[in-house]
Design a protein around this ligand. Structure first.
Ligand code: NAD
Ligand code: MG
Length: 401
């Protein structure tokens, strides 16, 4: 039947910014894709609406009470969706035999276990959840390889790099593709021109108002500190098997070029487009084909100019912290990520100042233990220790301020 030729998609983090953009692309192609499972964390009302529209086979809400409430709603509305809860529920749908493709769009470390489960089940993984890869780098890439999973980047920069690389770079090895280096572009966020003396009074509202992209709150703050670019540098090292020194970070405030690959012969390939995540989402969903994403064509007359600059170390200390963490390796990226998640949340709750985000991360990295950490248990332990240390540090900061 036609149902069988549809690609079954599981969206982890369906109610977020990436999740809703993914559903928007799916909505345009009912002949190609079927929503098999949707998951959410707190946003019950939106998940209800999504279940009504897409009638997935499964819906997952980690919290048992919210799951119960969702189930009552679905039963009342005679919808044929089974509700699951808990971390097991997430892993169950991410590795379900009927699922072809996983959109990994949970924010933060919470996405690691289900995304890893999808890799171990050999799925096609559309990876937005960069924190999962930053934490578990080698382990995650090994799981992808040894279980024959397919990994396609959703992060716009990595999707751009992927599009600028020769088709068989994974099989050939990137070192044999004649590449000079990778140019990772970033807008510089909302504080590119803000006076440094005013950084300590930046509010969460200001930090979340990104000039070009409409995103979740955590990644918006990461973009303002440029920790997002730091996490993306680490992400690129794992995805493309390069060293941090082979990646150049360039400020490009218009967010039209999403990243570039420089070749040895002097050619530079760039991927361009309007800053709309539906482009990389549609690219990865349909790869190697191309489908309509609902994104307006790029209007060069309206853009008129593209500019470039060097990121300042004083303005963006988080960027250096991240590249140093990648160079140190082992459990350091996991500790960096954990400290950042805790610090960003504390900033969003107005417990610490914007400038204290980098301080919390730096102190956590110097005070928690380095380990080579290659097992999942070791990664999770490093994550937990860094979180605890960062929490205590923030408590001290709040008491003394
Ligand atoms: P968001 O905050 O808008 O959405 C996050 C989603 O994850 C929600 O559906 C939420 O229900 C779910 N979630 C949150 N905490 C959870 C938990 N503890 N357990 C289970 N589910 C949980 O975030 P977003 O902007 O969509 O970003 C999602 C991921 O994609 C992040 O890793 C981000 O870095 C990455 N990303 C986002 C963009 C963007 O434009 N938004 C671009 C590139 C990469
Ligand atoms: Mg990005």
């Amino acid at each position: 039947s036609s149902q069988q030729s549809l690609e079954n998609i599981c969206i982890l983090g369906a109610t977020g910014s990436i999740g809703t953009s993914t559903l928007d692309v799916i909505r345009r192609h009912p002949d190609k894709y079927r929503v098999f499972a949707l998951t959410a964390h707190r946003n019950l009302e939106q998940l209800k609406l999504q279940c009504q529209e897409f009638e997935p086979v499964y819906a997952v809400m980690p919290d048992p009470e919210l799951a119960q409430e969702l189930e009552s709603f679905l039963t009342y509305n005679k919808l044929n969706t089974t509700v699951l809860h808990g971390a097991d529920g997430l892993e169950f749908v991410a590795s379900h035999e009927r699922v072809d493709t996983i959109m990994a769009a949970i924010v933060g470390a919470a996405g690691l276990l289900p995304t890893l489960a999808a890799a171990e089940a050999g799925k096609k993984i559309l990876l937005a959840n960069k924190e999962a890869l930053v934490m578990s780098g080698a382990l995650f890439m090994d799981a992808v390889k040894s279980h024959g999973a397919t990994l396609l980047p959703i992060d716009s920069e990595h999707n751009a790099i992927f599009q600028c690389l020769p088709e068989h770079f994974v099989q050939q090895g990137i070192q044999h593709c004649g590449i000079h280096n990778i140019v990772l572009t970033g807008s510089g966020g909302p504080f590119l021109h803000k006076d440094l003396s005013e950084f300590s009074s930046i509010t969460p509202e200001e930090a979340c108002a990104h000039p070009n992209w409409d995103m979740g709150r955590k990644i918006s703050v990461d973009s303002a500190t440029m920790m997002n670019k730091g996490l993306e540098l680490i992400e690129a090292c794992w995805l493309f098997d390069v060293m941090p020194q082979q990646i150049e970070v360039v400020l490009h405030p218009q967010s039209i070029i999403h990243s570039m690959v420089r070749y040895k012969d002097g050619s530079v390939l760039a991927q361009m487009g309007n800053p709309d995540m539906r482009t990389p989402i549609a690219h990865a969903m349909a790869f190697p084909e191309r489908i309509d994403a609902g994104v307006a064509p790029l209007d060069f007359m309206e853009i008129s100019q593209l500019t470039f600059d060097r990121p300042s170390k004083e303005r963006y200390p988080c960027l250096s912290l991240a590249s140093q963490a990648m160079e140190q390796g082992g459990n350091t990226p996991a500790r960096l990520n954990a400290a950042n998640e805790v610090a960003v949340e504390a900033f969003l709750n107005r417990s610490i100042a914007f400038t204290q985000i980098a301080e919390v991360i730096q102190q956590t990295l110097t005070s928690t233990e380095y380990a080579k950490a290659l097992s999942l248990e070791a990664i999770l332990a490093a994550d937990e220790q860094a979180r605890e240390f960062a929490q205590d540090l923030i408590q001290d900061m709040t008491i003394h301020s």
